[in-house]
Design a protein around this ligand. Structure first.
Ligand SMILES: [Zn+2]
Length: 114
C-alpha cells in the first residue's frame, strides 16, 4: 500500500527528531521555529513576498529550525549548509536550495512540492 499523507507526516516527525539530535551532534544549539502554518497565514505571507501559498508547512511536512553556535544566532543560509546536507542525506529537502534560499527550512517533498 502506498504511504498516505498521514503516514508521511509521522515519518517526517521522526525525521525531525533525528534532525534536532544531529544539531547537537554538530555542536549547535537549536530552537524551534514555525512548524504548522494555516493556509490563511501562507496566503498572507506569500502576498508579502515570503513563503509560498502551497507551503509544505500547511500540510505538516516542513519545519523551521533556528541554529546557534556558541550562543550566536546563525542567520545566513550558508551557516545551515552542513545540517542541510545531512538532512538531504536522510531523504529530506533543504530550503537552502530554493531559488529564494531559506536556510532554516527543512521539509519532506510531497507531490513535487518542496
Ligand atoms: Zn519554512
Amino acid at each position: 500500500m502506498p504511504e498516505s499523507l498521514r503516514q508521511k507526516q509521522s515519518r517526517f516527525a521522526l525525521m525531525v527528531a533525528l534532525l534536532l539530535t544531529e544539531t547537537d551532534n554538530m555542536g549547535y544549539s537549536a530552537t524551534l521555529g514555525e512548524a504548522y502554518r494555516s493556509p490563511e497565514e501562507a496566503k498572507r505571507l506569500a502576498a508579502s513576498g515570503k513563503g509560498i501559498v502551497e507551503s509544505l508547512h500547511c500540510i505538516r511536512l516542513a519545519v523551521d529550525v533556528n541554529l546557534f553556535k556558541q550562543g550566536v544566532y546563525l542567520t545566513k543560509t550558508e551557516d545551515y549548509k552542513p545540517l542541510g546536507e545531512w538532512w538531504e542525506s536522510q531523504g529530506g529537502s533543504w530550503g537552502g536550495r530554493f531559488t529564494r534560499a531559506d536556510g532554516n527550512h527543512f521539509s519532506l517533498a510531497h507531490e513535487g512540492r518542496k
